[in-house]
Unconditional design. Structure first.
Length: 235
């Protein structure tokens, strides 16, 4: 009878041990590890306090072009590397990030930090514009979404009575806009001429000529013009 009682006791103890092991395996940890993991889960991690860092910013997008002056005396390679491509002031990244934000948060309505909506500008486009300005030794640059968008933006600077001198072999969309839309509707005079003869070209400029538009090589006849020589005449 004593043996039977002892055997029964051993079996009960064995069942308890097996039950504990099975439970631990199911949970993926030993009873001790499970209890310590539970304690760690309930504790609050200790984070370092943030530090303050000053960042140089402008309220107006145009003022950012003043940063190009630092590199104006250097060669084209240096200007390409630095203008508009300075390391990120926040994290120090050396590549300009692409900003896909369509809207920028404002401290108050109508008071943007710099940008308000992507259609009016964003950090990525401003970096491109600064670089383009530096390459052309210009004070400012304006990037558009297409060639015709840039073309129409420039042409809209003309007023009634102004004259535009355009090369005679020009992109179809350009000449149609000038002949059928801008000329008739804005009272802007358009003339299409061959720019091949620099001496003759000078005679084509009038007192009211506001824009000289050329493309080289032209499409489709591939005419080639001396841009520098034409620019000197225009000055």
């Amino acid at each position: 009878m004593a043996k039977t009682g002892k055997s029964t006791q051993n079996k009960a103890s064995l069942k308890k041990t097996v039950k504990k092991i099975t439970k631990a395996k199911t949970s993926g940890a030993s009873p001790k590890k499970a209890s310590s993991a539970k304690a760690a889960k309930g504790s609050t991690p200790k984070f370092q306090k943030p530090y303050e860092k000053k960042i140089k910013m402008f309220k107006n997008q145009g003022d950012y072009f003043s940063l190009n002056q630092k590199y104006a005396k250097f060669g084209v390679s240096t200007r390409i590397i630095h203008c508009g491509s300075e390391p990120s002031q926040e994290f120090g990244g050396v590549s300009v990030p692409l900003d896909f934000s369509s809207t920028f948060a404002q401290p108050a309505p109508g008071e943007p930090v710099v940008f308000d909506y992507a259609r009016c500008g964003n950090p990525s486009r401003l970096a491109l514009e600064r670089q383009l300005a530096s390459l052309e030794h210009a004070n400012f640059a304006f990037a558009c979404s297409s060639g015709m968008a840039a073309h129409i933006t420039l042409m809209n600077l003309c007023q009634g009575g102004d004259h535009i001198l355009c090369v005679d072999d020009v992109y179809g969309g350009t000449q149609r806009y000038l002949r059928k839309i801008l000329g008739p509707n804005a009272n802007v005079e358009i003339t299409f001429e061959d720019f091949g003869d620099a001496a003759q070209f000078k005679k084509l400029i009038r007192p009211n000529t506001k824009i000289v538009w050329l493309e080289t090589p032209t499409n489709p006849t591939l005419k080639v013009f001396d841009i520098q020589a034409i620019a000197k005449v225009c000055k």
